[in-house]
Ligand binder design. Structure first.
Ligand SMILES: Nc1ncnc2c1ncn2[C@@H]1O[C@H](COP(=O)(O)OP(=O)(O)OP(=O)(O)O)[C@@H](O)[C@H]1O
Length: 306
């Protein structure tokens, strides 16, 4: 059954997503949606299932249950968009280095960028962006020997222009700064003709100025190009400033989906279970250390404070 808070017409719709690794349930019926032109941020403590949810959407993980639709088309071909009967993907989506998910039945392209930027550092910036088009090119040609067709190069140049790096096209990708490399990764996603852009901690490795640039870019791709953008962030302030909505995840479930101001208290509550678990682990560790500490040192410590 469709979750109550979902509307129809979203570009990306995730409904009742379930995923376990062994005995550990990581996604426990997660539902959310992202419309074209919208930036949605996912916040949550470590291990709350943020990355796994995006990885399921792009086809890097195989969900155990739930539905994923992109522009109304099931991203898990062979299934209806209603209730599922089986946990198996009929045909897993095929991620590439740039990570794209596209099925033969015209599911709009979903692309993903990561904190660790997957560029080929020795190849030119332009080649790296052209690689986004590989899914559309004949697979009999490897890009290690490939001169990309002129039309692909022209499209890649336009994508680089879009992220403000056209003037760096001929440089080796590895020479660019982290922030610039992340923008190249976004340009590659554009060259994949992505309509849904997933970003997993896209600014976690960047300094504040570069983070700002990348977040501005994601925002303008939604505003000006109509992309549906979902970003995992660990910076509540950036999430507040750049998102239309913030999703709070805990234990693989949605605990809030807010288009209004997310209070500091709501954010603190989100991270509290992880903090409490950490404190409990530290207390247990201290108790074990205390019970195994040599008697002599305890005695001398007691004397010192006497
Ligand atoms: N391939 C895997 N095999 C086993 N367990 C996994 C795998 N991928 C993720 N997990 C576990 O699933 C849980 C959720 O991981 P996930 O990366 O989705 O969390 P997250 O919310 O993105 O966390 P973080 O903020 O630390 O990136 C974690 O406990 C993680 O160890």
């Amino acid at each position: 059954m469709r979750a109550d808070h979902l509307s129809s017409g979203a570009m990306l719709r995730v409904d009742g997503l379930r995923k376990a690794f062994g005995e550990k349930t990581v996604l426990d019926g997660l539902s959310f949606e992202v419309a074209s032109g919208e930036v949605v941020s996912l916040l949550g403590a470590n291990g709350s299932g943020k990355s796994t949810s995006l990885r399921c959407v792009v086809g890097l993980e195989r969900p155990d249950g739930g539905t994923i639709t992109v522009d109304g088309v099931s991203a898990r071909p062979g299934e209806t968009t209603g209730a599922r009967s089986s946990g198996e993907l009929a045909r897993p989506l095929a991620p590439s280095e740039g990570v794209t998910a596209r099925s033969a039945e015209a599911v709009p392209t979903v692309a993903m960028v990561f904190q660790k930027i997957h560029l080929v550092p020795r190849r030119s910036v332009l080649d790296n962006v052209c690689a986004g088009a590989l899914g559309r090119l004949s697979l009999s040609r490897s890009w290690s020997v490939l001169a990309f067709p002129r039309e692909v190069q022209a499209e890649a140049m336009a994508c680089l222009d879009r992220v403000g790096l056209a003037d760096r096209a001929r440089e080796k990708a590895g020479r660019l700064s982290g922030g610039q490399q992340q923008r190249v990764a976004v340009a590659r996603a554009l060259c994949q003709r992505a309509q849904v852009l997933l970003a997993d901690e896209p600014v976690s490795a960047l300094d504040p100025a570069a983070s700002e640039q990348v977040m501005n870019l994601l925002r303008s791709l939604a505003d000006d190009d109509g992309l549906a953008v979902a970003a995992v962030l660990h910076q509540p302030d950036l999430a507040r400033r750049f998102s239309d909505r913030i999703l709070g995840l805990a234990g693989g479930r949605l605990v809030f989906d807010s288009s209004s101001e997310v209070t500091d208290q709501a954010v603190a509550d989100l991270y509290r279970p992880a903090l409490e678990a950490l404190e409990a682990a530290e207390a247990a560790e201290a108790a074990v250390a205390g019970s195994t500490a040599p008697k002599e040192s305890t005695d001398s410590a007691t004397k010192e404070f006497a």
